[in-house]
Design a protein around this ligand. Structure first.
Ligand SMILES: [Zn+2]
Length: 152
């Protein structure tokens, strides 16, 4: 089974009317805000919500990889669904892919382009250039905002 995220649907590279596809309620409501709503209304879809244990497992993993603050609730739902059913995530979102990899969940990009190395984020101050391992919005030394970057 494949768990499809919003970006994959919006890429229009996949046909959403596939019995092997599962959607979470959050993805469906995101799509319904856009112009693809008419397609959703015309086909039967497998819509499922992951359990709280799966959601908590994703939050824990995303915290470990440093991706938690960039994941939306819908992103977390998508990862948790795949975790729960041992499915494959279809997503072009690098943060989703990164957390999936950390949790040993399989994923594919909707455009077949995926990260080949696990990314770990660090944060560099845009003022004094100090580097922080954990997410911090503003530098405690000089007060400038930080920007995230990756290292291998
Ligand atoms: Zn600074």
């Amino acid at each position: 089974m494949f768990v499809i995220d919003t970006s994959a649907i919006l890429s229009r590279r996949i046909s959403i009317a596939d019995d092997n596809y599962i959607f979470t309620p959050g993805v469906i409501s995101e799509i319904k805000k856009g112009k693809l709503k008419i397609i959703l209304d015309s086909v039967p879809l497998n819509i499922k919500m992951p359990g709280i244990d799966s959601i908590n497992a994703v939050i824990k993993a995303a915290n470990e990889t440093g991706d938690l603050h960039v994941l939306s609730n819908v992103d977390i739902e998508v990862i948790a669904m795949a975790y729960e059913i041992h499915g494959i995530i279809i997503s072009d979102d690098y943060a989703i892919q990164n957390v999936a990899r950390h949790m040993h969940i399989k994923y594919e990009g909707a455009d077949l382009k995926t990260i080949d190395k696990k990314l770990k984020w660090r944060y560099r101050c845009t003022g004094c250039r100090r580097v922080y391992n954990d997410y911090i919005e503003t530098c405690p030394v000089c007060g400038h905002k930080t920007k995230r970057f990756t290292y291998k």
